[in-house]
Design a protein around this ligand. Structure first.
Ligand code: NI
Length: 155
C-alpha cells in the first residue's frame, strides 16, 4: 500500500466527470488499498478516486460504522432534508452548511463487481451524497444551503 497525494481545490480535475469502472482487477484493488490508507491517514470520512487524480467512479468511506468501498455508486432514492456542516479533504480548512437529503438509498459494486444496496441516514447519507458528487465533478461548495434556510434554522 502507498499513500497518494490528495488533489486540492484549484486543480481542474476536481470538476471533471469520472468514468465507470469496468475491470475489477489487481490494479483496482491496489488503488482501493491506497485510497483507504490515504483517507485514514488524512483523518477523512470519505475519499473519491478523482481526489487522488484517477477519473474512475470509485469511493472509499468510513463514517464511524466501518470501512466501505463503493464502485460505480448510484443514488436511487432521496428523502427528507438535513442542514449540517460539511468539509472536504480537497478543500483544507474550509467548511459550510449544506442542504442534503436526510435518507438515501444507494446501489454500488464491491471490489469484485458484486452489486449491493445500501440505505443510510444522517452523516452517512451526507457522506454518500458528498462522495458521489465528486464523481460528477461537484464539490460541497456547490451544495451550500440557501441563506434563508439557515436563518430559519436559527429561529
Ligand atoms: Ni470531498
Amino acid at each position: 500500500m502507498a499513500l497518494r497525494n490528495i488533489v486540492k481545490v484549484g486543480d481542474p480535475i476536481l470538476s471533471k466527470k469520472s468514468r465507470p469502472v469496468e475491470k475489477f482487477d489487481d490494479r483496482l484493488h491496489t488503488l482501493l488499498d491506497d485510497m483507504k490508507q490515504t483517507m485514514y491517514s488524512a483523518n477523512g470520512v470519505g475519499l473519491a478516486a478523482v481526489q487522488v487524480g484517477v477519473l474512475r467512479r470509485i469511493v472509499v468511506l468510513d463514517c464511524g460504522d466501518g470501512y466501505t468501498e463503493l464502485i460505480n455508486p448510484e443514488i436511487t432514492e432521496r428523502s427528507g432534508q438535513q442542514l449540517e456542516e460539511e468539509g472536504c479533504l480537497s478543500l483544507p480548512g474550509e467548511s459550510g452548511v449544506t442542504l442534503r437529503p436526510e435518507t438515501v438509498k444507494l446501489k454500488a459494486q464491491d471490489r469484485n463487481g458484486k452489486w449491493h444496496v445500501y440505505t443510510a441516514d444522517g452523516l452517512k447519507a451526507r457522506c454518500f451524497c458528498h462522495e458521489t458528487d465528486h464523481l460528477d465533478g461537484v464539490l460541497f461548495t456547490q451544495r451550500l444551503a440557501p441563506k434563508e434556510m439557515l436563518e430559519q434554522e436559527q429561529k
